[in-house]
Ligand binder design. Structure first.
Ligand code: GLA
Length: 675
């Protein structure tokens, strides 16, 4: 069995962010005793504590942190040790006000919140390296430290900075990408709207202009800004690795956060971790959460860690609904079902002051009287039964492409055929339709080895460069089935439209060409026919011309009546399907049923009841079926599911159920065969 990447803890990780600097010694001792009672085996600290550790330049106070670490370790609690660089101390900002970020409106953002830094600031990077060095020199050898936690949610508050230093850094980045200003002019198409540059010095970060900003420039600014935070991350990763190579490094992600290309961040770290805050007032939140977790387990193709979730309500939505009784357990088990090797929270103890004083915690303001305490401590103890899942992976023969460059390129909506077109919405609806057939996706990028996959879903790939087109073609020609969604193959890596129109370099693969995009007015819909059934399409449709492809479906209403809507084309040993519209859930279901049958994939069951999330984790030899039932009624499990249920340690026979708002984790007697 693949074992935990955090090798010193053989069990599911269970713990929380802890802010001991907000509490006195007596409370800290109480906290640690309660952590033991709740089954906590890891805590994250000191994320926001730079100003407490170094109250003045070069004057350090580590004693309080030493004491907490010792006490935790005496209680056998390990530590995900933050480098404390999530936010700078006031003295640093006052000494170097130029390191404060500037927003798009040109306003320099004041100290008094968090993340008060420009990602490109050399002063900030220098001080982060200095702080990380101090932390690593002091604590690298401590047996409690099982993971390094660098910064916190990069880009959460500041992912794009428009200050002079960012502009300088952007120019440097552009010079290294293009070498000459002529090459940049070509890439940015500056002959449009008269924007030709005669020197790199004339370029600034794209703030606000009289009209929409050149989309090629915006695309490069998105790439640069993601890279700027990546470079900041690299500064600390290099420091840690140069002192201590064996302790894994993580930085906590924010699910499918658009602003940062998480593939590049994951390449730099050892453990992928995510902060997941599904909205308890959204009954479909579990479906989107599943897609986020697909990304997390795929970024390094290994188990990941749910590093933060809310015990109940958050404090940053317009309305912060609590998690109803039992829901936190379900969301936690769902993360485990999708490959997390633990469950951690923001936060251990609710603060009495500050911006997050109304954010839930394991220990709320009522302490152990609170419902969150009862539910969290029960879960911590329940997870002790799941150690054998640690290191196992979710397996699926279906992949979905996620390319940040393409997402960013879609990012000038005011210059698109429709502002309503959105990659994330399509990805979610495609994933949900597939999940309702008992199937999950892994997320892939063009570099991914596709040997394990039979189907590749591409809800949209607006930007297709030569690497992506080769990736798609070689997958299909080797026998795979690709399903490509609307508005794909439109532009190249510079956001220049492909000659001959969409789908550009994959026209031959799909056997079609697109004559015109036909966006659908908000609130209206058209109809398509597939397999003799009618389905709605909204927001988007296209005038498609057949080449070598044949029709799977046609439009049966509106201006496109009688034209192809869904097409299929043989290419090499495989098949390439094109879906030219934003098809409703039932239509997607019909398309995917066709695909799953053609690929000869055996899903977990024919139709997953609404509210049920079902996955398989496996070590390659032993499969575990995990069914999490978010609905208010019991759900029938597939008849073939039998084996030992890990939470109750009871044998589960054929035709069993998972109760309403409950979970079963079955060590299967018969492994599932995907084909
Ligand atoms: C994020 C941050 C935490 C905290 C939580 C609140 O995940 O990393 O510091 O602010 O949000 O939900």
């Amino acid at each position: 069995m693949t074992k935990h990447m955090i090798t010193r803890i053989p069990d599911m990780l269970f713990g929380a962010d802890y802010n001991p600097e907000q509490w006195d010694a007596e409370t800290i001792s109480q906290d640690i005793a309660l952590m033991v009672e709740a089954g906590v085996n890891i805590v994250t600290l000191p994320v926001f504590s730079w100003s407490r550790i170094e109250p003045e330049f070069n004057s350090f106070d580590f004693q309080w942190l030493d004491d907490v670490i010792e006490k935790l370790w005496e209680a056998n609690i390990s530590i995900d040790l933050a480098t404390a660089t999530a936010t700078p101390p006031a003295w640093l900002v006052r000494e170097h006000p130029e390191m404060l970020p500037v927003n798009r409106d040109g306003i320099r953002l004041e100290f008094g919140s968090r993340q008060s830094y420009c990602p490109s600031s050399l002063i900030w990077r220098e001080h982060c390296a200095r702080m990380a060095t101090k932390m690593v020199e002091r604590y690298a050898e401590h047996p409690a430290i099982v993971m390094w936690h660098v910064s916190n949610e990069y880009g959460d508050h500041i992912s794009r900075c428009y200050c002079e230093e960012s502009s300088r850094d952007f120019r440097k980045w552009l010079q290294s990408r293009y070498q000459t200003v002529d090459a940049l002019n070509r890439a940015w198409g500056t002959t449009s709207w008269g924007q030709i540059y005669s020197s790199f010095d004339q370029i600034k970060a794209p703030t606000i202009a009289p009209g929409p900003i050149n989309p090629s420039q915006t695309l490069d600014f998105d790439r640069f800004s993601s890279d700027a935070l990546l470079e900041l991350f690299r500064v600390e990763v290099d420091v840690i690795r140069s002192h201590n190579s064996s302790t894994p490094i993580t930085t906590n992600f924010m699910s499918f956060f658009k602003d940062l290309d998480y593939w590049t961040f994951a390449d730099l770290e050892d453990v992928v971790s995510d902060d997941a805050y599904p909205d308890p007032s959204d009954p479909n939140a579990y479906l989107d959460a599943a897609l986020n977790y697909s990304l997390m387990r795929s970024l390094k193709n290994q188990p990941w860690l749910l590093l933060e979730q809310a015990p109940s309500a958050v404090s940053w939505r317009e309305l912060n609904a609590p998690k109803p009784p039992g829901t936190m357990r379900l969301f936690s088990m769902q993360a485990i079902a999708h490959g997390s090797d633990g469950v951690m929270y923001f936060q251990w103890r609710a603060g009495r002051f500050g911006t997050e004083k109304f954010h839930s915690a394991i220990l709320g303001h009522r302490g152990t009287q609170s419902r969150t305490w009862r539910e969290c401590s029960a879960l911590g103890n329940e997870l002790k039964n799941l150690s054998e899942l640690v290191g196992t992976k979710v397996s699926t023969p279906i992949a979905m492409l996620a390319d940040w460059n393409s997402r960013w390129a879609l990012g000038t909506p005011e210059a698109m055929p429709s502002e309503a077109f959105n990659w994330m919405d399509l990805a979610k609806s495609w994933n949900s339709a597939l999940a309702s057939q008992g199937l999950q996706v892994d997320i892939v990028r063009p570099q991914t080895d596709m040997i394990a996959y039979k189907v590749l879903l591409v809800p949209n790939a607006y930007l297709i460069d030569s690497i992506t087109s080769e990736f798609l073609k070689s997958f299909v020609s080797a026998g795979g089935i690709a399903v490509v969604g609307p508005f794909s193959g439109v532009v190249d890596e510079n956001d220049h439209v492909h000659f001959g129109g969409a789908p550009g370099p994959i026209s031959e693969l799909l056997g079609i060409s697109v004559d015109e995009w036909w966006p659908i007015v908000d609130g209206q819909h058209e109809l398509v026919e597939l397999d003799g059934l009618q389905f709605n399409v909204s927001r988007w449709s296209e005038w498609v011309e057949l080449g070598t492809a044949t029709n799977l479906g046609i439009y049966i209403s509106g201006h496109l009546k009688g034209k192809p809507s869904v097409t299929t084309n043989k290419f090499g040993k495989g098949i390439a399907i094109y879906v030219s519209a934003d098809v409703d859930a039932n239509g997607l279901d019909a398309i995917f049923r066709h695909v799953v049958k053609a690929a000869n994939i055996q899903s977990l069951c024919d139709r997953v009841p609404s509210g049920l999330d079902m996955t398989i984790r496996s070590d390659g030899k032993q499969d575990y079926l995990i069914a999490v039932n978010f609905s208010d009624v019991p759900s029938q499990l597939p008849t073939w599911v039998t084996g030992l249920e890990l939470c109750t340690q009871q044998h589960l026979g054929e035709n069993s159920h998972v109760g309403a708002q409950d979970v079963v984790i079955v060590k299967l007697e018969n492994n599932h065969q995907w084909s």
